[in-house]
Write a protein that binds this ligand. Structure first.
Ligand SMILES: [Zn+2]
Length: 203
């Protein structure tokens, strides 16, 4: 293997083609699986990495080609989107800037409002009945358009703490559409009380 395919000591140390043990996760308080589990064989690094959506050579940016789709709230800088997939959690939402930026080229006026927006969205999601805490994270491996995920952790459901909440969202029974839309209205209304406008809540 060449240096470019395994670009660092970290990469060169890893057991490609092999299955590492699932043991470190089994029995943990946040891990939703038990029994005989197999980890998939570890893939070689892919370099250069394939383009993300919105990058040159990649698929068109979904956020920019469908700016209003699933938007439940917006102001002149940000939009909050929700309801684009079935969810097992009371709320999963995406905060996106209206314009196409990456994290590293987000203009100062947007970085200045990102913190307050995270605080506002987390607080708005907590207004949904039965939500204990709002988790948020930024991955950014699918689309170049900057986006922050928000996931509602149901009150008292301590197995759903931590990063595996995203897996639980797929595992738990889907929230009925009408109930999810009512939750979206709660979030949009709470946000609009501090600025911006609730959007598309009639559907
Ligand atoms: Zn975009």
């Amino acid at each position: 293997m060449s240096e470019t395919e395994r670009p660092s000591d970290y990469h060169r140390r890893l057991p490609y083609g092999e299955r590492v043990s699932a043991e470190p996760l089994l029995g943990g308080p946040f891990f939703p699986f038990e029994g005989d589990l197999q980890v998939v064989p570890l893939d070689e690094p892919v370099l250069p990495e394939p383009p993300r959506a919105g990058e040159p050579g990649g698929k068109p940016c979904f956020t920019c080609t469908n700016p209003e789709l699933d938007a439940i709230w917006g102001d002149d800088q940000w939009r909050l989107k929700s309801g684009f997939q079935q969810n097992g959690l009371p709320m999963v939402a995406l905060l996106v800037p209206r314009e196409h930026y990456r994290l590293d080229n987000l203009p100062p006026e947007l970085t200045a409002t990102l913190g307050p927006m995270i605080q506002r969205v987390a607080g708005a999601i907590r207004q949904i009945e039965g939500v204990g805490r709002t988790h948020f994270n930024r991955w950014g491996d699918g689309s170049e358009h900057f986006h922050v995920w928000f996931l509602a952790r149901p009150l008292g459901m301590m197995q759903l703490r931590g990063a595996m909440i995203a897996a639980w969202d797929d595992l738990l029974p889907p929230v009925p559409t009408e109930e999810f839309q009512a939750n979206a209205r709660t979030v949009a209304t709470a946000l609009s009380e501090q600025g911006g406008v609730a959007l598309g809540l009639g559907k």
